[in-house]
Design a protein around this ligand. Structure first.
Ligand SMILES: N[C@@H](CCC(=O)NCCCC(=O)O)C(=O)O
Length: 256
């Protein structure tokens, strides 16, 4: 029995400000291999070189990963702002189309952080570019040193930072087996207004939306604002999510 194959989207980076690359956070790949029993297969976040039909004929699931670049504000009716760069318009285009294709066909889809935002925007949600600036909101960005540098210890950066209250009886509460969890937090953007098919399944103490599903999806279509890929090997909350995704990809039949 071969492993199910999961497509993992890449994101654009300029290495040394000259060398264009498609990168993917390695922890996404380890989580899929070790907890879902999948073969992770990265693909470019570039619609120009990605045949979606060929991709979806090849994979048993898709993961839209986190990424430093923000979803372009034109996708939700706002003007771009240098303060909220970088953007990754190619990834936006491919990811938003993939969300709808997966939802319509029942291809299991797990959306993480930026991917969560892409899932939300694909179905008409708006985002706020810097939610920590909203009254009453926490700072959801990764912790930094007093001098402003990103904290050098990954355990600190990815430590649980806040609670998420899950909708009782909802998809996430059923997967997690509880209504209250704690999660890490590494994002600046957040959902302002959920679109009509975006079901809010979990919110933080400051009402920031942290977990969603797409209403009417034929298959697994869940998104989380936190970085569940960081430690599903040891963290029961993230393990439950990746195991549920693993069941979905194992049970998915491309032939259907
Ligand atoms: N850019 C968006 C999404 C946040 C996200 O995916 N964070 C991952 C960060 C990985 C890194 O810093 O390289 C936002 O900021 O909301």
């Amino acid at each position: 029995m071969t492993r199910p194959v999961v497509g993992v989207i890449g994101n654009h980076h300029l290495i040394e400000n000259r060398f264009a690359c498609q990168l993917v956070g390695e922890r996404n790949l380890w989580a899929l291999a070790q907890v879902c029993g999948a073969l992770p297969l990265t693909f470019a976040g570039c619609p120009e070189i990605t045949d979606m039909e060929a991709l979806l004929a090849t994979v048993d699931g898709i993961v839209l990963t986190g990424a430093r670049a923000n979803v372009h504000p034109s996708r939700f009716g706002l003007a771009e702002d240098p303060a909220h760069e970088p953007y990754d318009a190619r990834r936006d285009s491919l990811a938003l189309a993939l969300v709808e294709a997966c939802v319509d066909r029942g291809v299991p889809l797990l959306a993480i952080c930026r991917g969560f935002q892409e899932m939300a925007v694909a179905y008409g949600s708006t985002l706020h570019p810097e939610i920590r600036n909203l009254p009453g909101r926490m700072n959801h960005r990764m912790p930094r040193l007093p001098n402003g540098e990103i904290h050098p210890d990954q355990e600190v950066v990815f430590a649980d930072r806040h609670e998420v209250r899950l909708a009782p009886g909802g998809a996430f509460a059923r997967i997690m087996g509880r209504d209250l969890i704690r999660v890490n937090s590494l994002h600046g953007q957040g959902i302002m207004q959920a679109g009509p098919r975006v079901v809010v399944e979990g919110v933080a103490e400051d009402e920031t939306i942290e977990a969603i599903r797409v209403d009417g999806a034929k298959g697994f279509a869940l998104g989380v604002q936190w970085h569940a890929e960081y430690d599903p090997q040891t963290n029961p909350v993230n393990r439950a999510l990746f195991e549920a995704f693993g069941q979905a990809i194992s049970g998915y039949s491309k032939a259907a």
